[in-house]
Design a protein around this ligand. Structure first.
Ligand code: SAM
Length: 288
């Protein structure tokens, strides 16, 4: 387990992933009934953008750094507000044009959007990271941090007692076979809790692996699969993160329309080289 998210926190892929996360949570909040968020690969929750790791890559400057203070049309601004507010909540002294010092990871963003009836279960396998996250949520009765293998959590913690909510699966992709684990994990989880919303993050680096992943997803027979593809540059000759994807299972009916409004704006702000594009497609269900 060598992966350290501190090098990448706030990069373009985090931005897209966390914006999708906030739109899913905003939908869940439309009903009073309590929901649960299960974050199977949670990380440390709070990232210092002046750390040696963040400074070394500077990735956040090509991500959240391009959003803060950007000109947004009214509709995009409204849809991005929950995300940007979660970022600002961690940067109370930051000016509107930036001045970011910290970036919130998925558990902090989710926690920021919970109401008093909602709960967060954050799973993290790395002992140091799990301890840091435990410290972030110390004495917070709405958030529980568990040091555990996230893939096991998909069996042990589903369905949650609220029977409403979202599972974010955001593995590090540092070992071979992660795409297969993602498909297997989803199938197992979906059997235990077919009604849950699932959001799976994946890298667009090895295009053949992505095509095989999508094919395997279609073959699962899971009925509602919306796939988001977000490329920031054309395929590199050396393996590099040229884009990222998110697969949403059981997406709220609002999500596709919201993303069709948001993704062009995010793409305009985050693209690095062309041709590179975004796309939204149903692998199963709706149009599929
Ligand atoms: N979801 C976080 C966010 O958006 O802020 C980032 C997570 S990062 C991409 C992946 C995390 O998974 C790392 O913190 C890593 O230590 C952790 N990890 C690696 N293998 C794991 C496993 N089998 N179960 C749970 N966590 C794992």
């Amino acid at each position: 387990m060598n992966y350290r998210h501190a090098y990448h926190a706030g990069n373009f892929a985090d931005v897209v992933k966390h914006v999708v996360l906030t739109r899913l949570l905003e939908y869940l909040k439309q009903k009073d009934k309590a929901f649960r968020v299960i974050d199977t690969h949670a990380g440390i929750g709070r990232y210092d953008l002046s750390s040696t790791e963040a400074q070394k890559t500077g990735e956040w400057q090509g991500g959240i750094g391009r959003l803060v203070g950007a000109n947004l049309d009214a509709k995009a601004a409204t849809l991005l507000a929950p995300y940007l507010e979660a970022v600002r909540a961690l940067n109370p002294d930051g000016g509107p044009d930036g001045g970011l010092k910290k970036y919130p990871g998925s558990p902090l963003i989710a926690r920021h959007l919970l109401r008093k009836q909602d709960r967060l279960t954050a799973i993290e396998l790395h002992p140091d990271d799990a301890n840091r996250l435990k410290a972030v949520f110390a004495s917070d009765f709405q958030a529980r941090v568990i040091e555990l293998d996230g893939w096991l959590a998909l069996g042990a913690h589903l369905p949650p007692k609220e029977k409403r909510g979202l599972v974010l699966i955001d593995p590090p992709f540092e070992e071979a076979g992660e795409f297969d684990r993602l498909v297997d994990g989803l199938v197992k989880a979906h059997k235990r809790w077919p009604g849950g919303i699932y959001a799976l993050w994946y890298p667009i680096k090895d295009r053949k692996a992505v095509i095989a992943f999508r094919k395997a997803l279609k073959q699962t027979g899971i009925p509602k699969l919306l796939d988001i593809e977000f490329e920031i540059r054309p395929a590199s000759s050396e393996p590099s993160l040229d884009g990222s994807g998110m697969l949403v299972v059981n997406p709220p009916f609002t999500l596709e329309g919201e993303l069709r409004l948001l993704l062009p704006t995010l793409h305009r702000l985050l693209v690095v080289g062309r041709p590179a594009d975004w796309s939204l497609r149903w692998l199963a269900g709706e149009a599929g």
